[in-house]
Every structure is written in structure tokens, then in C-alpha cells.
Ligand binder design. Structure first.
Ligand code: UDP
Ligand code: MG
Length: 338
């Protein structure tokens, strides 16, 4: 199976069509990537029912099982049998959250789509407000964290620094303290489906599509159960992915450092020549030589490393592999019955 978006109604929606529909007939699909989340799935569904059963929308959930090794898939199968609103996509292995979300966006078919985490850090209670903003004509309604609870000071600080760095380097401003939790209109989904790059920095892609976007504030709660799938190494890779996908400033940065160092070396050379002419060469100068060699060596390695980061991404881009592979799909019954 390849990843060309299915020619379902979702792709047919041309980006020129209006973003909304009368609310009573509106169909909402909630896309939820899950990876080893057996502890929280049923609680998540309960909360979702509490919130959405009172909303005048025809809603369903599309879980994307991202190669979980625990009981997650069995739970999804059971939910799918018990609850007509639950459907799922089962990926062939763990592809990472960004690719799992892409699979969900490719296969969803609804007037509006909400992407959210399963761990209840994204409170479902926000969805009605998102729906209202969508009714007001917004294509993307994203949730912005007011405060981060239950997260380490290190994670808070790195996240904070990262968004600021991204917005300095990149050309498209990315809203800060904003995760993936958001509502997307049909045409926003259709636009996202056209972005097939392998290095998927979704927060950047959401911003890139443009249209009418609006942020709403919320307090991010600590995880309901289970553990965060992120560690420092993953976060570092994520940050580098984000920067390299949306900015070429680091490439130019290497040039600037090179120029500055070269200019400095030139001036320093002049100083040495003048000193030698005036005072003769009485000191062999080994320490300064070593310093300069090591300094330049370091700068060069760093510059090569920066080029390597981009080259590596070009390599994976040119291979044109599919973004994910699907093992099986089980649509929600509520969807099928239309
Ligand atoms: N997730 C996923 N694939 C992965 C890692 C995570 O689908 O490889 C899902 C996970 O099940 C959860 C969401 O992405 O629904 C966010 O994950 P997590 O809570 O670990 O991230 P955090 O909230 O700490 O940023
Ligand atoms: Mg989480």
C-alpha cells in the first residue's frame, strides 16, 4: 500500500470551497495516534463521550496504532466492536507520532478533524470551543498551553527555548507552546495531504498551509497514566528536524562563522608579522599555533556537521519511501452507515 492520499471526499474538497457546513449535519473525526497506551485508552473514550455526546455533531474516532507492543491493538479491536464510533488504522510498525498522524489525516473523511493525544493531556473539553471557532469560519483552531503541569523544568525550558529559536530561524512563524492538538477544516486537511515530505515537522506544516488560524488557551494537564514516549535524545532529534525542515539559516551560519574566523586569523597574522619585524622572533609560539589549529578544526567539523544534517535529509527525501505502511484498517461503524 502506498501513501498517495485516497481519492475520497477529503481530497475532492478543493481549497477554494468554504470551510464550514451547517452544524447539525457536520461530521467530526477525532484522530488519535497511540503507541503503547493500554492504560489510558478506555478512560480517554469515556471522557470523549462525556464531551461530544452533547454536541450536535456526528462524531467518530480514528485511532492510529503506531506499532504498539502492548495490549493497545486488542483494546482498539474490542472498542471497535462495542462502540460504533471507534475506528482504527493499524500501522505495520512504529513510525513515530508525526507519521501516525499523517496516516490518520490521509484516511480520515469528515468536515472537521481534531488531532489529539490519547493521554488526556489534551483535554477533550476544548473540542466544543474549537467547533464553535470552526463554525465562525476558522480553518485551523489550535490549542495553546497556558501552563505546563507535571513536566520537568528541563522539558519546560527546552520547549520554551526551542519555539523561540524556531521563530527566529524559520520563515513561517510557528505559534509557541502549541502542540498537535487542533481542529482542522476539510480544506486544511486537503492542504496537509499535499505535503508529502518525509521529515515531518507537523507543527511547521500546520503553520505553512496558512488559511484562517486561531489559537485558544488551555492548561495542559499531566498525563493520565502511562509514560511519555519522549526522551532527551528523541527531543533533540525532533528539534533538529524542525529547524532543518523549516530553515536554512544554519547553512548560512557556517559561512558567517568561517568568515569571522578567517578575518580574525588574518588580523592575527598581521599582528604576528609586525611583532616579528619590531621585536624579532624570540618565542616559538607553539601554544597559539595549537589553539588556532584546534579552533579552526572545530569550526570546520561543525560546519561539515551542519551540511551533513541537511544532506542526510535530502538523502531520505530522494529515496521517496512511503511515509508509513498500513497493516489493516477498521473504520468506525458510525462512519460506514452514512
Ligand atoms: N505516540 C505515537 N507514536 C510514537 C510516540 C507517541 O503515536 O512513537 C503518541 C502517544 O501514544 C500519544 C501521543 O503520541 O498519544 C503523545 O505522546 P506522549 O504523551 O508520549 O508525548 P508528550 O505528551 O510527552 O509530548
Ligand atoms: Mg503526553
Amino acid at each position: 500500500m502506498n501513501n498517495t492520499p485516497p481519492s475520497a471526499a477529503g481530497t475532492a474538497a478543493s481549497p477554494t470551497q468554504p470551510a464550514q457546513r451547517p452544524r447539525a449535519t457536520a461530521r467530526l473525526q477525532v484522530i488519535v495516534p497511540v503507541y503503547n497506551e493500554q492504560e489510558v485508552i478506555s478512560e480517554f473514550m469515556q471522557r470523549l463521550h462525556q464531551v461530544l455526546d452533547h454536541e450536535p455533531v456526528n462524531w467518530s474516532v480514528l485511532f492510529v496504532n503506531d506499532g504498539s507492543g502492548d495490549d493497545t491493538l486488542a483494546q482498539l479491536q474490542r472498542l471497535n466492536r462495542q462502540d460504533k464510533r471507534v475506528g482504527y488504522i493499524n500501522l505495520s510498525r512504529n513510525f513515530g507520532k508525526e507519521h501516525a498522524m499523517t496516516a490518520g489525516l490521509d484516511l480520515c473523511d469528515a468536515d472537521a478533524v481534531v488531532i489529539m493525544d490519547v493521554d488526556l493531556q489534551d483535554p477533550p473539553e476544548l473540542i466544543p470551543e474549537m467547533l464553535r471557532e470552526w463554525q465562525n469560519g476558522y480553518d485551523v483552531v489550535y490549542a495553546t498551553r497556558r501552563e505546563r503541569q507535571g513536566e520537568t523544568a528541563l522539558k519546560k525550558a527546552t520547549a520554551h527555548g526551542f519555539y523561540r529559536l524556531m521563530n527566529r530561524l524559520g520563515e513561517i512563524p510557528i505559534p509557541k507552546d502549541t502542540g498537535d492538538y487542533r481542529l482542522l477544516s476539510r480544506r486544511a486537511v486537503a492542504a496537509l495531504r499535499q505535503l508529502r515530505e518525509r521529515n515531518r515537522f507537523m507543527k511547521g506544516l500546520y503553520a505553512w498551509i496558512g488559511y484562517r488560524q486561531k489559537g485558544i488557551l488551555f492548561d495542559r494537564e499531566p498525563r493520565a497514566a502511562g509514560n511519555s514516549k519522549w526522551n532527551l535524545a528523541k527531543l533533540w532529534r525532533f528539534a533538529i528536524d524542525g529547524i532543518t525542515a523549516f530553515s536554512t539559516v544554519p547553512l548560512r551560519f557556517a559561512t558567517w562563522i568561517g568568515l569571522v574566523v578567517a578575518a580574525f586569523a588574518f588580523v592575527y597574522g598581521l599582528v604576528i608579522i609586525i611583532k616579528t619585524l619590531l621585536h624579532g622572533n624570540d618565542v616559538p609560539g607553539y601554544p597559539s599555533l595549537m589553539t588556532v589549529i584546534l579552533f579552526l578544526g572545530g569550526i570546520q567539523l561543525m560546519a561539515i556537521g551542519v551540511i551533513g544534517e541537511y544532506l542526510g535529509r535530502m538523502f531520505s527525501e530522494t529515496k521517496q519511501r512511503p511515509l508509513y505502511l498500513i497493516e489493516s484498517v477498521q473504520p468506525a461503524e458510525a462512519e460506514e452507515r452514512r
